[in-house]
Design a protein around this ligand. Structure first.
Ligand code: CP3
Length: 352
């Protein structure tokens, strides 16, 4: 494998000194980019993009051609695992992801099997291998998965939800079924991420988008415990380098210490958390990734620069910060605004 030319991102994750703050952006390849919309229209649908290694590679590279980003992220989706479990993923126009066969009962949960990442999910591993080759050491490649709890919400609800009635209903009335599902998902995520690492992913991130809707007690029992199981089962070194793992619970500000205690290397922060307070709470244990409000990118360049500076100043001096938005970039953002952000983080990050 080729030598890594820019390892700022990996160094920051390990809390090693860097020349300036590294930055990447959640959902950096996506609908806000006209070149993405073009490839997606040609491919037919979103999953057609994910299932074709050359197209997945092409869209992964698009933001790197426009911006001086310090990491690439595999173009795929968290819902590949439930799809491989046979739930029948489809995207209804304007409605987000849906499943043809959501899980309703313990018997449904008992029937699902743990997918073999080099079989049902081989298309993802092929994308990882293709992207690593194409990157040729330019920047590191991030692999990812959803957390068991977040995947379970889609699998039980059958799609996006506002009240989490079905999945919380199962959690309260049939905890045995929920724990069986979460354990199967934790095993699946562990082997999926380890296969991504074997295929060439140089860091991995677990997206717990919906952990924040749980109470303290339920978060520990139904989300954190299974992320802990994953962290404990991951390959932590490959090609003579550490493979850092980042946990991101959106709305998880209450639980930073507990998340850090899983043994992960970094925590993703959403924008509702104060990064300087977060650092005081956990800074020695883990690196921090985040956390500018994605909506700042609707504002003019001066505002973007001053808000970025606030995040950098908030983290303060010393290593262990990876700049990012507090959640994915919105689809109506002007792509030129991202240049303003990336360049100002690199410029101002030199002194902080
Ligand atoms: O960050 C990246 O650039 C990598 C690609 C990536 C996608 N999804 C591509 C995608 C990643 C890391 C994800 C993760 C993901 N997917 C999460 C966790 C992160 C988060 O945002 O909280 C979740 C909850 C999903 C599930 C999902 N996939 C939803 C809710 C949607 C619909 C979004 C919408 O606005 O319609 C998707 C589809 C999806 N995944 C798109 C992209 C670029 C849009 C597909 C399209 O229409 O082209």
């Amino acid at each position: 494998m080729s030598e890594l030319k820019n390892d700022r991102f990996l160094r920051a994750l390990m809390k090693q000194p860097v020349d300036t703050t590294p930055i990447w952006i959640m959902r950096q390849a996506g609908r806000y980019l006209p070149e993405y919309r073009e490839v997606r229209a040609k491919a037919g649908g979103f999953m057609d993009l994910c299932e074709n290694a050359d197209l997945a590679c092409e869209v992964t590279m698009q933001p790197l051609e426009r911006y001086d980003l310090d990491a690439a992220i595999l173009f795929s989706d968290i819902l590949t695992i439930p799809d491989a479990m046979g739930l029948g993923l489809y995207f209804a126009e304007g409605e987000g992801p849906k499943f043809e066969r959501p899980l309703k009962t313990l018997a449904d949960v008992q029937k699902i099997a743990i997918p073999d990442p080099e079989d049902e999910l081989r298309y993802v591993m092929n994308a990882v291998r293709t992207i690593r080759k194409e990157l040729n050491g330019k920047v590191p490649l991030i692999g990812f998965s959803g957390s068991p709890w977040t995947l379970a919400t889609y699998m039980v609800e059958g799609g996006t939800t506002k009240d989490f009635g079905k999945v919380k209903g199962m959690m309260f009335s049939n905890p045995q079924a929920m724990h069986l599902l979460l354990d199967k998902l934790a095993q699946s995520v562990t082997s999926y991420l380890n296969a991504q690492i074997a295929a060439g992913a140089q860091a991995v991130m677990v997206f717990d988008t919906w952990g924040g809707v749980l109470s303290d007690e339920k978060y520990e029992e139904f989300s954190l415990r299974y992320m802990q199981q994953i962290v404990s089962g991951l390959t932590r070194e490959a090609d003579g380098r550490k493979v850092p793992v980042t946990l991101f619970t959106k709305g998880g500000g209450r639980w930073l210490e507990k998340m850090a205690a899983t043994g992960c290397d970094a925590l993703g922060l959403d924008w509702t958390q104060d990064i300087s307070q977060a650092r005081q709470r956990v800074g020695d244990a883990v690196a921090l990734q985040g956390n500018m409000d994605p909506s700042v990118l609707y504002a003019e360049p001066e505002v973007i620069k001053s808000e970025a500076k606030k995040v950098l100043d908030g983290f303060g001096e010393g290593p262990g910060h990876i700049f990012n938005l507090g959640h994915g970039i919105h689809q109506h953002i002007d792509p030129d605004k991202v240049n303003v952000l990336v360049d100002s983080v690199h410029e101002y990050g030199k002194t902080s």
